[in-house]
Design a protein around this ligand. Sequence first.
Ligand code: SAM
Length: 274
Amino acid sequence: MELTDADDPRVEVYSRLTDAALRRRQDTVHGIYLAESSQVVRRALAAGHTPRSFFLAHRYLESMADVFAAHPGVPVYTGTDQVLEQITGFHLHRGALAAMDRPAPRTVDEVLAGARRVAILENVSDHTNLGAIFRSAAGLGVDAVLVSPESADPLYRRSIRVSMGTVFAVPWARIGEADGRGRSAWPAELDRLRRAGFTVAALELSDEAIPLDDPDLRGHERLALVLGAEGPGVSPATLRSCDLHVAIPMAPGVDSLNVAAASAVAFWELRSRG
Ligand SMILES: C[S@@+](CC[C@H](N)C(=O)[O-])C[C@H]1O[C@@H](n2cnc3c(N)ncnc32)[C@H](O)[C@@H]1O
């Protein structure tokens, strides 16, 4: 369908709505997210997610024809670069967009089933860092990611884009969300991992941390690694809840790594070798 009007209500999801508004859409079961770039759209579809519409410039119609054929009945909106730019507010150099139904949230137990290496993100509120950690997790053998209540949403545009769509491939779930009475279950829910046979380790430069290349670390059959936010790092309460602390030794004069860089180093070193 050719778009000629930047105010066309059929494509409001691509223009006026914030990520938070998309997530709360009343006419959906779990909300909507936007996949940006043809590669990311394909990864979302490969993960089994359901498209609501596609939105792309004329020049991308041909290369995405197989996708449209596989989803008959899903509207395909197109237009000149100028009209599409007016709608989205940016040049469509990422090729194609799709509005997708958010999948049903997974439970912690579901994503832990069969996992041997798990990353737990505490208060990682920066979407760029979160997306980069997912990309590292997917590439370096982490089986699941758990995100604390204050962490960013893996299905926000920037997280998806930075992760290159790996947020669709790595099983993830929220951990520690408040119960019906508003009582927080974070970090108390870390106990669930211990009960499931995980050693829970904080990746943090604490005084009691052992170095990442300590040979004893590799022997853990099931290992969960808690990563903290830029600035505060892993909180004191969470550090107390962990079985051990692990540090990447730093060169003199450098305090720490960015959390996404630290994740890549640790995921590689602690990968399951069995
Ligand atoms: C930038 S750091 C937090 C600030 C840090 N506490 C400091 O004093 O500079 C963010 C997170 O990255 C991870 N991290 C960064 N560098 C690390 C290192 N050398 N060893 C272990 N974890 C590290 C930890 O999970 C940490 O919570």
